[in-house]
Write a protein that binds this ligand. Structure first.
Ligand code: UDX
Length: 490
């Protein structure tokens, strides 16, 4: 039976339903949140598509990780046609189309189950919903179940998203895809004037026609309304990192909770338990290749650049060749994640990793999927060439590793601007991918500018650590949130 540390009256155990978009960058932090809730004796039901659940089980033994929490269960969404995506490496739709397609298909498959859960006899205390899933908010409202919005991306990018209707109103969006318009400063995102350029806005603001612009505007206006009426908006960030921009955000949305970095937060709260956990398996959908750790073990301190573009970015063969040539010419060691589906199209002439490594005097190591957390924490890692996905960014900050950013789309464009111009913990290669630049910026990151970047990122790393330990802002915010949930009508 469970102990109720903070409650004097024994009451029914609160039951939280959690629903992520079934993509890696969403599943990971929402599973971390689920486990944090479990550690505070909340009951958790985690909604996931059948195939995503199978990948988590087969590749990373997720059931073992959660077996120790009797209040936790997965509920799977059956027959989701979306899951066929794994078998179609040739389908290269743009992410924006992919996102709307995913949400549409997910809505069709998930609605019956959602209704069953939210209107059924087992009481759901509150529903934590991925920001994208508008249909889930609608059903929750109908069932009068309180909602909590979870945002997988940064506070700064979300604030810019909030301002998109004003940007459209003011004529700043859409803008043309040419150098002079892209370099223009953006005036209508309060808190970001002076450094935010058009090219730093979410990539979908580029070169839109007016009709899709009004769709976009409607989409963001709806999003704002949803989040405003939620009990809380959760961000995987911390006050010492994003406090200034969040204080502006809070003038529009007073219910923002910062509870990150979630991976470190979870690690800390696990370690405070009397019985330390034995299983720290990740929530990767692909099988993790730990072989690269022994390769890193043989390398000097801070001598290796880690290269990864996250879970869904796709690059062309030409881009791959530019990165490869730049990395080889930099003469630095590199550990590179090349997912089986990283390359656009299905080019049979694509070089194999072995062909890539020929002639590099073993300076490179290529894996299909790395234990990223463990890699970033390794003493041999000196820098991270990243697509600036938010999970990667916050993990790199936590590990104190400076970044070289090659942002790919959406929120990543703003993240990389903050990394280079606001936090000054990395360099931004935005919109260029040329071997000379890759070589030069790799050397800047690893040598020329290393000291000052390292100093800033280490400072943020220790502030991050402080925020998730007892008394810190993220630690207290999570406790508040859990108290809020416990006080909701059971
Ligand atoms: C996407 C968006 O990029 C991100 O900005 C958004 O907020 C969430 O969805 P993704 O492209 O997957 O995410 O990138 P990122 O957010 O960085 O997440 C990737 C995750 O996969 C990280 O947690 C990272 O540690 C993990 N990873 C990546 C591995 O474990 N091994 C790898 O080899 C590569």
């Amino acid at each position: 039976h469970h102990h109720h540390h903070h409650q004097s009256l024994p009451s029914i155990q609160p039951h939280v339903l959690i629903f992520p978009v079934p993509l890696q960058g969403h599943v990971t932090p929402m599973l971390q949140l689920a486990e944090l809730f479990c550690l505070s004796n909340l009951k958790v039901t985690f909604l996931i598509t059948t195939q995503t659940h199978q990948l988590l089980t087969r590749n990373n033994n997720i059931e073992t990780r959660f077996a120790r929490y009797p209040g936790f269960q997965f509920k799977t969404i059956p027959e989701c046609p979306l899951d066929n995506r794994q078998q179609q490496p040739g389908s290269d739709r743009s992410l924006k189309d992919k996102v709307s397609a995913i949400v549409e298909v997910l809505a069709l498959s998930a609605k019956p189950l959602l209704r069953e859960l939210l209107f059924g006899p087992t009481k759901i205390t509150c529903f934590v919903i991925d920001g994208w899933l508008g249909f889930a908010y609608d059903i929750a409202n109908e069932a009068q179940v309180p909602t909590i919005a979870f945002r997988c991306s940064s506070g700064c990018s979300n604030w810019a998203y909030f301002c998109i209707p004003q940007l459209i109103e003011a004529g700043e969006v859409p803008f043309k895809d040419n150098q002079s318009e892209m370099d223009q400063l953006v005036k209508n995102v309060p808190g970001m004037d002076g450094f935010l350029r058009c090219r730093d806005l979410p990539s979908f603001c580029r070169g839109q026609d007016t009709s899709s612009c009004s769709d976009l505007k409607q989409f963001f206006i709806n999003e704002i309304q949803r989040t405003k009426h939620s009990h809380a908006i959760l961000f995987n960030t911390f006050e010492d990192l994003e406090g200034p921009i969040l204080s502006i955000f809070r003038s529009q949305c007073s219910n923002i909770y910062t509870i990150g970095p979630l991976h470190a937060h979870l690690h800390y709260r696990r370690s405070k338990e009397e019985t330390p956990s034995t299983d720290h398996s990740s929530s990767s959908l692909l099988r993790v290749d730990r072989g690269c750790i022994s390769w890193l073990d043989q390398k000097p301190d801070k001598s290796v650049i880690f290269v990864s573009f996250g879970s869904s970015a796709k690059i062309s063969k030409d881009q791959l060749m530019e990165f490869w040539a730049g990395l080889v010419q930099s003469k630095k060691y590199f550990l590179w994640v090349i997912r089986p589906d990283l390359l656009l199209g299905n080019d049979p002439d694509s070089p194999t990793p072995d062909e890539f490594l020929e002639g590099t005097e073993r300076r490179g190591c290529i894996v299909q999927w790395a234990p990223q957390d463990e890699v970033l924490a390794h003493r041999a890692i000196g820098g991270f060439l990243t697509h600036s996905g938010w999970n990667s960014t916050i993990e790199s900050i936590m590990a104190g590793v400076p970044m070289l950013c090659w942002s790919f789309l959406a929120d990543q464009q703003i993240n990389s601007r903050y990394v280079s111009e606001v936090w000054r913990i990395g360099l931004d290669m935005k919109d260029t991918c040329d071997r000379m630049i890759v070589e030069k910026m790799t050397n800047d990151l690893m040598d020329g500018k290393r000291e000052e970047l390292q100093r800033s990122v280490e400072k943020l790393s220790s502030l991050a650590k402080k925020s998730i330990t007892e008394g810190g802002s993220s630690y207290s915010n999570l406790n508040h949130l859990i108290e809020d949930i416990k006080a909701m009508p059971g």
